[in-house]
Write a protein that binds this ligand. Structure first.
Ligand code: GLN
Length: 487
């Protein structure tokens, strides 16, 4: 059953060949066996999920209309709320925090009869690129357990890659869905900013954050993106655009599609990454795509711009965790100031504190002109450059990450870790839709991803093109040997 895509599992369920209870029991059994070595999950809901599965089986027996995701198991990154369940953000400060409401995505998934198995591990508050900064555990890459699954949505990526669920949700503020998808050999999608509601996603950088999806292939991606891409009245930045059935937009080839490549921004690629990228370019040409060389040299400013804006917004958003209203409180404090200080000192990990300090500094009076306001200006220039570029082409492609997955613990210097976001942060700064799709394997066997970026709100076109690429290279989608272990 683990090799079945989400759509195949749904068909088996809808046709009555298999019950929802059998599906969830099977996936829990797999998780119990394999996740000990993987560390993808922080919480599992066997009782809650089983009772939902029983209800769903009843619904099917009675002939009630079934939802678009009927019978499909899914895992959520642990920064997305499920009412009554923990949302820890992999932080000590929220280790006991119970969500008071459902995220819009949670609600939409359950309305469409998906079965939520549990919550997955992440870098604390989604800040990081290797899922090494979780306060609770490290997650491993199913392709090579000594390597990182990427981050910050590493638990969600590892879970899907190891076939512990055909779907999972992550969040992408600077690449945290696309980069782990590329490290784990699966597809990962970051929508146009505002396409999927942020209501019930714990905020990191509010102007950058988007919930994104992981799946084995683009057809499943089209299914879940269609369900989640809806206007939401609880999110002031939600786009009020019509719902689209993306499954109707999947392409067979790329004829007539102009594909831009910013070679001026890709000068530092290693030989291996360059070779892989060149092969992907050839696939696109063979599919009828027209290659256009574009100039995006302004992207050299994207990293600095991102790390100023993201930390500024994070320092503001994380001010609410003060021991008064949310999460844990330090009980040794003798007065209110000490309550704030001790709660935050003991509750946040090193990387989160680094971001808060950096963000507070760039916003401090006297410096905001040199840093924050300058970064906002640079953000505008990057957006202008992309909008201009996307007049001469329909898609932009580049590698998803500078390298394949690296050994866990091998990057100690925070700046080197930040550089792993080199090719992803611009899509968050611009709000453009972007995805990562498997593009082959490195010599050491770890997967490599190709990134595609499209025009604002053209998510259906983006996924449609990625589908054509995937169809031309089915061998890029493989089950890691680790996941083939019998259960
Ligand atoms: N790695 C990036 C960071 O640490 C991106 C994080 C994210 O997308 N949540 O900020």
């Amino acid at each position: 059953m683990y090799e079945k895509t989400a759509l195949q599992l749904k068909d088996l369920f809808v046709s009555g060949e298999i019950s929802a209870v059998e599906i969830v029991n099977y996936f829990f059994k797999r998780i119990n066996k394999l996740d000990r070595k993987l560390g993808a999950f922080l919480q599992l809901y066997p009782e809650r999920t089983l009772s939902k599965a029983k209800e769903l089986d009843e619904k099917r027996k009675k002939g009630v209309k079934l939802g678009a995701l009927a019978g499909i198991p899914i895992a959520l990154k642990d920064n997305i709320h499920i009412k009554g369940e923990l949302t820890t953000c992999a932080s000590k400060i929220l280790s006991n925090y119970q969500a008071l409401f459902d995220a819009t995505s949670t609600k939409l998934l359950e309305e469409e009869d998906a079965l939520i198995l549990g919550k997955t591990n992440l870098d604390e508050f989604a800040m990081g690129g290797a899922t090494e900064y979780s306060a609770f555990l490290k997650t491993h890459n199913p392709w090579k357990l000594s390597c990182t699954p990427g981050g910050s949505s590493g638990g969600s990526a590892a879970c899907v890659s190891a076939r512990l669920a055909p779907f999972s949700l992550g969040s992408d503020t600077g690449g945290s869905v696309r980069q782990p998808a590329s490290y784990c050999g699966i597809v990962g999608y970051k929508p146009t900013y505002g396409r999927i509601s942020r209501y019930g996603l714990v905020a990191f950088g509010s102007s950058l954050d988007q919930i994104g999806t992981f799946s084995y292939n683009t057809k499943d991606m089209a299914l879940i993106a269609s369900v989640l891409g809806q206007h939401c009245i609880h999110d002031a930045t939600s786009l009020n655009v019509p719902k689209i059935n993306i499954l109707e937009h999947l392409k067979k080839n790329l004829e007539g599609v102009r594909v831009g490549i910013p070679y001026d921004f890709l000068t530092d690629l290693s030989d291996e990454m360059k070779q892989s990228f060149d092969e992907s370019v050839q696939v696109i040409k063979d599919l009828g795509g027209e290659i256009v060389e574009v100039n995006l040299s302004v992207l050299k400013y994207a990293m600095a711009t991102y790390y100023i804006i993201a930390t500024a917004e994070a320092s503001t958003n994380l001010a609410r965790f003060d021991g008064v209203r949310y999460g844990n409180r330090d009980l040794h404090a003798k007065n209110l100031d000490e309550l704030y200080d001790l709660t935050r000192e003991n509750g946040f990990g090193t990387e989160v504190k680094r971001r808060i300090v950096l963000g507070t500094y760039v916003l401090s009076s006297g410096y905001s002109g040199s840093y924050y306001k300058k970064a906002l200006g640079a953000r505008g220039k990057i957006l202008d450059a992309f909008n201009d570029t996307l007049k001469s082409c329909d898609l932009v492609i580049m590698p998803t990450a500078p390298t394949p997955a690296f050994e866990t613990g091998s990057i100690q210097d925070p700046l080197s870790m930040y550089l792993m976001d080199l090719y992803t942060v611009h899509a968050n700064l611009t709000g453009l839709p972007a995805l990562s799709i498997p593009a082959g394997f490195a010599k050491n066997g770890n997967p490599i991803g190709l990134q595609m970026i499209a025009k604002h709100t053209q998510d259906h076109f983006l996924i449609g093109c990625a589908h054509a690429f995937e169809q031309a290279r089915p061998e890029n989608i493989q089950v890691p040997p680790f996941a083939k272990e019998a259960v």
